[in-house]
Structure formats: C-alpha cells, structure tokens
Design a protein around this ligand. Structure first.
Ligand code: NAG
Ligand code: NAG
Ligand code: NAG
Ligand code: NAG
Ligand code: NAG
Length: 389
C-alpha cells in the first residue's frame, strides 16, 4: 500500500476550489466494478460481444467521440491493451478502468502498453512518438523539441482537453527493462489532466508534462529510472508512490521557458514516497538516486512532506553539467525540499551538494496548494482527494 502518514500531510484542503464531477462518484464506482454504467458510456473490451462492448480498442472509442465540449465517459474492461492512444478533443473525457479495488492502484486490472523508445539523437525524431498516451490538441503542441526552449509551438495553437480524468488505469512503456532512450508512458501538453489511482511505468522519461500542460496525480504509482518526471508544464503529484527502478540523471528534470503562462510551472511532489521498486534494486542503488537535475536553469521542483528511502543521493539534487558547464543557476533554479523525512534525507549531504534548497514554511507557501500552481483547479476531482467518494 501507499504510505500515507496523516500527521505529516502537507495537503491543505481548505484553500481548494469547487467540486465538479462529470460523472457522479457512486455511479463511477458501480460502473467500474459491475459494468452497469450511465447511458452513453462507451465500453471497450478485447473480447468482442462481452458485456455491452462498443469498441475493441480505446483509440477506436476515442475516435468515435464528437470533437466538441460534451462530457464523455469510456469504461475499459479488465485486460491488457497494446496500443498508442492520442486524445485531442477539447471536451471533458473520463476514462475508467474496471476494478473491484477502486482505491488501490497496485491492484489495477486495466493495462495499456506500448513498446517504443526514441533512439534518435539528432533531433529529427521527437520523443512524443514513443508515448503510450498522448494528450494534446495538435502534434506541434506535443513535441518536446530540443535546446533550452524546446519546440516553438505556434502561439495560435488552441488549448486541448480542458478536463481529462483517468481512474485505475496503468500505462506502461515496455520497450526495455533499463534506460534506453526516452520512452514515455504519458505525454500531456496544452491540456488539463487528472490521474487517480493510475500507474505509469517505464525507465527513461516516463512522464512528460509539456508546454501549458497541467497534470494532477493522486494515489498513483510513477515508476522509472532516468529523468522520469520531466517537462515544461506543471505537475502536482499527491499521496503517490515514486518507484525507483534504477538511477540515472535525476528523478525530476524540468525546463522553464518564457512561453509558459504565468502559472507556477514545475513539478510538486507532495505527501508521497520515494522508494526502490523492490528489495533487489534497493541494494544496487543505495544512496545513488538524485532527486533531480536542471534540464535548463529554470528548472523548478519541490518534494514536500515526502518519505525518502536510502536510495536517495545524500546530496539530494545534483547539477547537470554539459561540456564542463553546469546548468544550475543560483537564484534562478529551484530544486527544493520541504519537510521531507526518512533515511534518504541527509542534512550535511544536502549542504555539501550545494544545489538543494531546503525550504521553510515561507518558501513553501508560494506553491503549497494546487490552486496556487495551476491557477484554475476546476478540473481536479476534489471528491476523491477529500475521500468523500
Ligand atoms: C447493458 O446495457 C443495458 C441497456 O443500456 C443496461 O440496462 C445493462 O445494465 C447493461 N449491462 C451491463 C452488464 O452493463
Ligand atoms: C494525434 O492526433 C492528431 C489528430 O489526428 C494528429 O495530428 C497527431 O499527429 C497525433 N499525435 C501523434 C503523436 O501521433
Ligand atoms: C525489481 O525491479 C527491477 C527494476 O524494475 C526489475 O528489473 C526486477 O525484475 C525486479 N525484481 C523483482 C524480484 O521483482
Ligand atoms: C526568459 O526571460 C528572461 C528575462 O527576459 C531571460 O533572462 C531568460 O534568458 C529567458 N529564458 C529563456 C529560456 O528564454
Ligand atoms: C550524509 O552525507 C555525508 C556527506 O555526503 C556523508 O559523509 C554521510 O556518510 C552521510 N550519512 C549517511 C547516514 O548516509
């Protein structure tokens, strides 16, 4: 189970926004556990004619939806789906995974897998093509690009999905069992996405939150080895488990750019755990995994109220040195911790490393709620976060 230490929670509920739920929570859990779903729900199954199946693949169900602002729901029946999924529609979309354990991501029964990595180092092929799931309005909006500012997305590109929600689905990039080039499980740009009790599994660059991407993760599992949380956008990871499948680069590698809206882009990992994926990996990576490294000098990440096991590098974060030049810039780069605990927290190591900021309440206050970092949080399922459903 995910460690969840109540007395140390950083989460502040009283400052959060309104509850909006495209599908009622009771209806949702009934649909997930029995297949009895609201009229209009599309049902995807690998077994044709099973229960009220309407589509054999998730992408065929998505392609059948109108490209408008109507709320839509898709139930995936238990099973492994081998496909790449691409969501461009603007209207609210909820994906439900069939499960009888809707509050436990480690027992998910729906898996979407794809095996691909980007082996190109010339910049001709983009990382997005490796992704299991892509959420973005256009191809250009989803491109990672290269260089300090990444792909120059045209300013007139529309916003993509305003309210995308996924419950109890695992996304796994099965390309290799070690870092072998960027291999996304998720790529989300110019869109709002909430992921509840989901799993994201890969080794390198598992989760990419691109330009103008806003992603909220709750009680989810995010597994990887190298730079496995990266991007330009904004991600809040609440009460989740980061699983270290090895070490490389850092856990986080963020870029800031001036094309990002004035929200507080960055990655915020809150009330979560950072642990070796299993006991055999734990012995190999003792003290070896950095919390992050700056993809450019405007990197911003904070681990707040997190448990860290002994896999974490005593220095915490590290610099990213290219051609003898470090990207860390004092006063610009923010690679921070606030009230973390566990054997991975080494105060003298952090000081000696010289790039980790240990925040006090004042430093954390500017970022301490999803509302402060996203600006708008209507698309987050607060019923789930409050535990009232
Ligand atoms: C199948 O669809 C019918 C008609 O919409 C509905 O009454 C029934 O509950 C559904 N059955 C299952 C197993 O979902
Ligand atoms: C996603 O779909 C859009 C619309 O069909 C397409 O333009 C885009 O290339 C697709 N993205 C990827 C990464 O294949
Ligand atoms: C432990 O995790 C590593 C990294 O994901 C994996 O390669 C290995 O098979 C796992 N070992 C066990 C015993 O599960
Ligand atoms: C963003 O703008 C600031 C101030 O104009 C400038 O110093 C910085 O280099 C810019 N950063 C990027 C990545 O363009
Ligand atoms: C903490 O870090 C210091 C400096 O890197 C190191 O000498 C010490 O062994 C570390 N302590 C533990 C318990 O890992």
């Amino acid at each position: 189970m995910l460690p969840y230490i109540l007395s140390l929670l950083c989460l502040l509920l009283h400052t959060q926004g309104a509850t909006t739920t495209p599908i009622h929570p009771i209806t949702r859990q009934t649909c997930q556990s029995t297949g009895h779903c609201p009229p209009g729900t599309l049902i995807v199954s690998r077994t044709p004619n099973h229960k009220n199946t309407t589509h054999p693949t998730l992408q065929s169900a998505i392609n059948s939806l109108p490209n408008d602002n109507t709320p839509q729901t898709i139930l995936l029946l238990a099973g492994s789906y081998i496909e790449q999924v691409n969501i461009t529609r603007p209207g609210p979309l909820t994906l439900l995974g069939e499960t009888s354990n809707p509050r436990d991501a480690s027992r998910n029964r729906v898996r979407i897998t794809w095996a691909a990595a980007n082996s190109d180092s010339t910049g001709a092929v983009d990382n997005v093509f490796s992704s299991v799931l892509v959420v973005a309005p256009t191809l250009e909006a989803s491109l990672t690009g290269s260089g300090p500012t990444g792909y120059p997305v045209p300013a007139d590109t529309p916003f993509g999905n305003t309210d995308f929600r996924v419950y109890n689905v695992d996304f796994e990039n099965t390309w290799a069992e070690y870092s072998d080039g960027p291999a996304h499980a998720l790529s989300l740009s110019r869109a709002n996405g909430g992921f509840y009790y989901c799993g994201f599994y890969s080794y390198q660059d598992t989760v990419y939150i691109g330009k103008l991407g806003n992603a909220y993760f709750y009680q989810s599992i995010l597994a990887g080895q190298t730079d496995f949380l990266y991007g330009f956008g904004t991600a809040w990871i609440q009460s989740s488990a980061l699983q270290l499948r090895g070490c490389g680069g850092g856990i986080t590698a963020w870029k800031g750019t001036n094309t990002t809206t004035p929200n507080k882009y960055g990655v915020y990992i809150v009330d979560s755990s950072v642990r070796a994926a299993n006991a055999s990996v734990a012995t190999d990576i003792q003290g070896a995994c950095a919390l992050g490294r700056p993809w450019n000098s405007q990197h911003r990440s904070i681990f707040a109220c997190c448990y860290e096991d002994g896999s974490v590098d005593p220095r915490g974060y590290v610099d990213w040195v290219v051609g003898g030049v470090g990207r860390f810039e004092e006063g610009v780069t923010l690679m921070a911790e606030y009230r973390d605990f566990g054997p991975g927290v080494n105060v003298t190591g952090r000081v000696e490393g010289g790039v980790t900021s240990v925040l006090g309440l004042g430093g954390w206050e500017a970022y301490n709620t999803p509302l402060k970092v996203f600006g708008d949080v209507e698309w987050v399922d607060w019923g789930v976060v409050r535990g009232t459903d």
